[in-house]
Design a protein around this ligand. Structure first.
Ligand code: PXL
Length: 261
């Protein structure tokens, strides 16, 4: 049987982000993908015009249906949409690794998580996370301090880890120069770098990155190897973006995942 991974995230009908990106990524890594939908967006590569968050009980029931039958080896969360959904996810019982992508804004700047929900995420979900992977803006929001430099990223990782997450990966994709990500795992920092690619086709990058890590953890790969291999996959997938849509287009989900880094 192949490994199984579950994503708990929003739907992007244009297929570039959210559960669609997660399932494509799981598949590319040879992992069977399951998906519980939290919210539905109306969007394409040029606009996001509507967000409907689903009933928290409906989200909980989808997750339960998967958990009682499929036994995922790892679970990731993406856009959760409301405090009630964050609570519902935090109350689910499972023992496999949980990867939290603390999605707060869509690529186009629309809010995917309000203030009360951000608070619940910090208090209820992060203490259950094997890995939380904020970008610079999300790390600022989680710590209440600006995060603009590699030193800020290390400080933020420590503070977020104090809140209970077992490991923290602060993603510096919006820094100048190389795309530098900093992992804090069991008190030890490591750095992951890739060259910056000058492109607007980065829609769903965070989703693909966290889904790749989730797939690798479900396959039994160690966390630091999973981060390195996932980052290399995302770099290739951005470099070979297929140019679909008139706006910020998706990554290339056919890019080959590396066997090792
Ligand atoms: O990349 C963040 C994200 C997550 N989930 C959904 C999204 C987006 C960005 O647009 O649409 C559903």
């Amino acid at each position: 049987m192949p490994p199984v991974a579950l994503t708990i995230a929003g739907s992007d009908p244009s297929g570039g982000a959210g559960i669609q990106a997660d399932l494509k990524t799981f598949h590319r890594f040879g992992v069977y993908g399951a998906a519980a939908v939290t919210l539905i967006t109306v969007q394409n590569t040029t606009r996001l015009s509507r967000i409907e968050v689903l009933d928290a009980g409906l989200v909980r029931d989808q997750i339960q249906a998967v958990l009682e039958d499929l036994y995922p080896g790892a679970i990731k969360t993406g856009a959760l949409g409301s405090e009630a959904v964050v609570r519902a996810v935090a109350e689910c019982r499972f023992t496999c690794p949980l990867i939290v992508d603390p999605v707060m804004l869509s690529s186009s700047g629309a809010s995917l998580l309000g203030l009360a929900a951000r608070h619940a995420l910090r208090k209820l979900l992060l203490p259950r996370a094997s890995l939380v992977m904020p970008n610079l803006a999300e790390a600022s929001e989680l710590t209440g301090s600006p995060v603009r430099t590699p030193q800020d990223m290390r400080d933020a990782a420590r503070r977020i880890a104090e809140g209970g997450a077992r490991a923290v990966l602060v993603k510096g994709g919006h820094l100048e120069g190389d795309a530098l990500d900093i992992l804090l795992n069991e008190g030890v920092f490591s750095e992951f770098r890739s060259p910056r690619i000058d492109t607007r086709h980065t829609h769903g990058t965070g989703c693909a990155y966290s889904a790749a890590i989730t797939a690798l953890l479900a396959s039994g790969v160690s966390l630091s190897e999973a981060v390195g291999r996932a980052k290399a996959f995302v770099f290739e997938a951005i470099r070979q973006s297929p140019g679909i849509g008139a706006g910020a287009g998706p990554l290339n989900y056919w890019a080959k995942p590396p066997d090792s880094v």
